[in-house]
Design a protein around this ligand. Structure first.
Ligand SMILES: Cc1ncc(COP(=O)(O)O)c(C=O)c1O
Length: 376
């Protein structure tokens, strides 16, 4: 047997990780500014995280959603306080795509409509409905296409949004807090307020995909909270479990649950809840969201002297550095010569960085230095 060969891989085997650092099988240290696609939020092998997971697996690792789950209650309480979505309902699943899949389903159950408005440059995952609302036709097989009508509109274009919604037949509009895979473009605060108001006017549910931009990544719990709006449904994953697979959706109280409406075998299991609770405790105890704001300003300031960076996109510690040349070679150099992991996106000129949220000025310094050296 061999692995289904779908991933382009670095020639690196990791055997250990701690905080912001990764170590390969030769003991070589790497600075992790990408967290395996934005997953590592509180840092690799954080002591709170390892202690909580170890303790959990020694008592009970898994049982399905057929028994009482006090851990899910603990998660709900901590999540509602930190996210400020106090009266919402939580459904737990296992990944980002699954969270979006369920969000669309919940929206359609609620208003019985099936048309979705999504955005150019969007990425929402690789399952059937999530692919249908992702602006990249090359990822879809025949079987995924045209399951339901989708209109892709331009980010920050009010006219297109109003035109798409005004027929009154749109089930949901879905927008990323900050576009990840697409290249770190984001809806402006004014635009989010506009969308929120238009959605309400036409009975369309507003879904915020915070799978990459949520859980403190932007400096607020969810990126859309910078705009002071409330969404009807918010989807989450990635940083939520700091590496343990967990996803979820927050659902407005006006949407009533019915037994059997949604379901999953693994979602919300004991280990997944423990991982997420450790993340929430650490976000709170280490005041990581304040730290993200400070570090974001610091990194932007340090990078402002590099002329070939045309623009710094994104918010908090979800940043896209847009150069005036393709970054492919630079990214290879960063990994193999400077031992620094960074990310790419659909924009060939954009370097994506999503470091662990607790990264310090000293820890990020080798990256700033490497960029200065490579670019000169
Ligand atoms: C904004 C956004 N939504 C959804 C997904 C899909 O998440 P997953 O890979 O966990 O299915 C991703 C993954 O990159 C994402 O960035």
């Amino acid at each position: 047997m061999k692995l289904f060969d779908v991933y382009p891989l670095f020639d690196i085997t990791l055997s250990k990780a701690k905080g912001v650092y990764l170590y390969d099988d030769n003991g070589q240290q790497y600075l992790d500014l990408y967290g395996g696609h934005g997953v590592i939020s509180i840092g690799h092998s954080h002591p709170t995280y390892t202690a909580r997971l170890t303790e959990q697996i020694e008592s009970i690792g898994f049982y399905s959603n057929s028994v009482q789950m006090p851990l899910q209650q603990e998660l709900v309480e901590k999540l509602s306080t930190l996210s400020a979505y106090q009266d919402y309902q939580l459904f737990l699943c296992n990944s980002g795509a699954e969270a979006n899949e369920n969000a669309l389903k919940v929206a359609s159950f609620y208003n019985n409509r099936k048309k979705i408005v999504a955005f150019k440059g969007s990425f929402h995952g690789r399952t059937a409905a999530a692919l249908n609302i992702t602006d990249n036709a090359s990822l879809s097989a025949e079987i995924n296409k045209d399951n339901f009508p989708v209109e892709f509109i331009e980010l920050n274009n009010e006219e297109q949004a109003s035109h798409a919604l005004s027929r009154g037949d749109v089930c949901a509009l879905i927008v990323e807090g900050i576009q990840g895979v697409g290249g770190l473009d984001m809806p402006s605060d004014d635009y989010l307020n506009y969308l929120s108001q238009e959605c309400r006017k036409y009975g369309t549910l507003l879904i915020l995909d915070e799978i990459q931009s949520g859980f403190g990544r932007s400096g607020k719990f969810f990126a859309h909270q910078w705009a002071n709006i409330e969404a009807d449904i918010i989807t989450m994953a990635k940083g939520m479990g700091n590496g343990f697979p967990i996803g979820g959706l927050l659902i407005h109280p006006k949407i009533a649950a019915k037994k059997g409406m949604l379901g999953t075998t693994f979602g919300g299991n004991h280990l997944a809840c423990s991982a997420c609770i450790a993340v929430l405790d650490t976000l709170k105890n280490e005041e990581l969201m304040n730290h993200v704001v400070v570090m974001s300003d610091y990194i932007k300031q340090e990078l402002s002297g590099i002329n070939s960076i045309k623009k710094i996109k994104g918010k908090g510690l979800m940043l896209g550095l847009e150069f005036d040349f393709p970054i492919k070679e630079m990214r290879q150099k960063l990994v193999y010569d400077y031992r620094i992991f960074t990310g790419a996106s659909a924009n060939p000129n954009l370097l994506r960085i999503l470091p662990p949220l607790g990264i310090s000025k000293q820890e990020v310094a080798p990256f700033i230095q490497a960029l200065n050296e490579i670019i000169i």
